[in-house]
Design a protein around this ligand. Sequence first.
Ligand SMILES: *Cc1c(COP(=O)(O)O)cnc(C)c1O
Length: 361
Amino acid sequence: MSRAFNFSAGPATLPQSVLEQAQAEMLDWHGVGASIVELSHRGPEFIQVATQAEADLRALMAIPDDYAVLFLGGGATTVQALLPLNFAAPGQAADYVLTGHWGKTAIKQAKPYVDAKVIASSEAGGFRDIPARASWQPTADAAYVHITANETIHGVEFRDIPDTGNVPLVADFSSSIASEPLDVSKFGVIYAGAQKNLGPVGITVVIIRRDLLERAGQPRADILDYRSHVKGESMLNTPPSWNWYLLGLTVKWMLDEGGVEEFARRNARKAALLYDVIDSSGGYYRNEVATAVRSRMNVPFFLHDEALDKPFLKEADAARLISLKGHRALGGMRASIYNAMSEAGVQALADFMRDFQTRHG
Ligand SMILES: *Cc1c(COP(=O)(O)O)cnc(C)c1O
């Protein structure tokens, strides 16, 4: 067996120890005689898994008690549609700061339910920067301000939490959750599909400041109502139990490795390695994002000649460095280097990039 270094943007690489534990427990979870995914979500075994995962995530991210934590299906995209239904009154506006592709989907999903205002955008510049807070033009009485903490495709990341005063800040953390310490109390809602930094695809974490659950929102079915999900402890219907279990193992692994402080250090070193190769390549490799907001999680880069893209990917594959092709919206390459990507993996990619330049320079 040989596992490659996998730079996929999502679903993304998982810690080998997590996969091994899941494999070991696959047929018989803790002596029960069945897999955890074959047992009732209301039975004591799965309740234990679910409760532990929440406790561990709360510990990992230092989530205060006045925040509810939900584990739901539907992905981050479904959250984007549910935000206005749950937190905006009929006719009320909601503010969006647009810094890349996922900000666009957030607006698209919200539009049927809310007057979605783009109060700042870096689109004209090709999503290579984040508009300064002072330039935002907030709407009076907006329901919330939405940002994408890390734009997974464009490789642009907020490095400071913007102050939105009394208007709750809602943030899509799908590709950067638990990658460094975060003051959760600065946010109204934090949400993330798990398949980048928290574990497997098929489960989404939604962290909601409890006072927001008192908002009436708009007419909606019970299954679209976050108050009901909180009351039902994320088990209004059958939850994605296998994904919840794998998420729990991944969160436990992060705690065992030293928590978000340790991952912040590793992630800073990993990102610095790649940006250094790019910046010191004399234009052979290129990243176009403003230095101050370059993502620590997704490093998009271009070779100076597109004709080199194919050989680059082919030789990288042969060196067991996989999934480096950039998103079709941008082209070029992208290295996603989430918590589960080791420093050894990033070092191997950096070495490969220098070597490729020497051989094809
Ligand atoms: C991947 C991603 C999404 C979409 O998540 P789904 O779980 O596929 O709905 C949304 N936002 C960001 C920032 C992402 O990286």
